[in-house]
Design a protein around this ligand. Structure first.
Ligand SMILES: *Cc1c(COP(=O)(O)O)cnc(C)c1O
Length: 417
């Protein structure tokens, strides 16, 4: 048969962008595992999804809210692009508890998880020639989404020696008259850090001087267990306009429900005046919506999840963070300079020259997966080479086993002088 020419082919831009995502990196690590060969069952400390552990199961109140929303037959319909009003109001009310001003229903926009919120924001802010400031290390979805956007990315550093605070001098040096926004993640992913009131205020003042918007990714809001309280960036919304991202995924431990939000935490109304709020509404008429039935369950979830559920999760995370931080010290060849105070992660530093045959963090994670059936996330994917991220959102027993495996692995690969 004659060779047929087709007018379509695979998309290399999509492949190259997918390679930046957590999903594809985790898949590559999983594919490198050999559970049969090692005789060890998998330990997955590569992501922030502890929903499979019984101790991290969501509250029955949350499960019941979804059942009731389904049974009511009121949420089988399409929803408005911005989300249904009852859910938006419930989230506005929830966020207002921690702010010196009140949010209204119209300040909240529902998204398909916070990842979709990132996509929507980058779409809305992408005017020709504009640039945006991202942290380094950063949550990889920002980097992947930016590849599809005309926005140019500039990275400021988080400083490990200062408890992963923002390098404010670096921010000032990076910004120019085309800079539209700075992204902050607090509590931090991947570093497990929590910013102080004073530091957040300085960031807001810097943003005001530069005339830029602050995008506060607060998907780990209230998941803090150290000395510092969680302070929402919206508290400083009168200094510079703030857009806050949130989600049910992490605090309620239902990442598969795909319900997130964008909130305009800007008491002066600059985002209304400049038309950003209107652009968000327009963008949301175009893109996907979270399922209406999940939206329908939101008011019940927000109003009725008992504090005891959150206190217990924070207690589990604190115990896990303390244990992991302490036990990591027993492992020669790695160090954890900062004790996590929030989110679900600790960053661990390696020095490849201390190892016999480990080229870098990615090689470390690949070999660890192969030899110990254990998944950690390579720092390179966050923009920080030769660090690895450990998720401690897991059962204590599993974490003990994991640290033991890491130690055996490090000793086996240590350089013998
Ligand atoms: C998990 C996470 C998200 C995405 O949350 P979803 O609601 O599950 O999409 C966004 N930002 C950070 C920093 C995260 O850790």
């Amino acid at each position: 048969m004659e060779k047929q020419e087709w007018g379509f082919k695979e998309n290399h831009v999509v492949h190259a962008t997918a390679a930046l995502t957590m999903r594809s990196i985790l898949e590559a690590l999983m594919a490198n595992m050999d559970e049969i060969g090692t005789g060890k069952s998998m330990i997955h400390l590569g992501h922030g999804d502890p929903s499979a552990y019984p101790s991290f199961r969501t509250s029955t109140i949350v499960e019941d809210a979804l059942v009731e929303a389904t049974r009511s037959a009121r949420f089988n319909c399409y929803a408005p692009g911005v989300g249904i009003a009852t859910a938006r109001s419930a989230i506005a009310e929830y966020l207002s508890r921690d702010l010196p001003y009140k949010l209204a229903c119209n300040d909240v926009f529902l998204t398909v998880g916070a990842d979709h919120a990132i996509e929507v924001l980058l779409t809305v802010l992408a005017l020709p020639g504009a640039n945006i400031l991202f942290p380094r290390p950063n949550y990889p979805t920002y980097e992947a989404e930016a590849r599809f956007s005309p926005l140019k990315v500039r990275h400021y550093d988080l400083l490990p020696e200062k408890g992963w605070e923002v390098d404010l001098a670096g921010v000032k040096a990076l910004a120019n008259d085309k800079t539209v926004a700075i992204v902050l993640i607090n509590p931090g992913n991947p570093c497990g850090n929590v910013f102080t009131f004073k530091h957040l205020k300085k960031i807001a003042e810097t943003a005001r001087k530069l005339g830029i918007l602050v995008i506060a990714d607060e998907v780990y809001a209230h998941q803090v267990f150290g000395e510092k309280p969680f302070i929402p960036m919206g508290v400083f919304g009168d200094i510079a306009p703030v857009i806050t991202l949130g989600t049910l995924s992490k605090r309620w431990i239902v990442p598969g429900w795909r319900l997130g939000w964008i909130a305009i935490t800007d008491p002066i109304g600059i985002l209304q005046q400049t038309g950003i709020a209107g652009s968000l509404t327009s963008c949301l008429t175009i893109t996907a919506d979270p399922p209406t039935v999940i939206q329908g369950a939101v008011p019940h979830i927000i109003e009725n999840t008992p504090d005891s559920f959150f206190l217990n999760i924070n207690k589990l995370l604190k115990e896990a963070a303390d244990m992991v931080y302490k036990r990591l010290k027993e492992i020669p060849l790695v160090s954890c300079p900062y004790k996590p105070e929030g989110s679900m992660f600790a960053m661990v530093k390696l020095n490849p020259s201390d190892f016999d045959d480990i080229a870098d963090d990615t090689d470390f994670c690949m070999k660890l997966a192969r030899e110990e059936s254990m998944i950690l996330f390579p720092g390179d994917a966050f923009g920080l080479k030769n660090w690895v991220r450990v998720s401690f959102a897991a059962d204590q027993k599993v974490l003990e086993d994991a640290i033991g495996r890491m130690k055996a692995f490090c000793l086996r690969h240590a350089k013998h002088y």
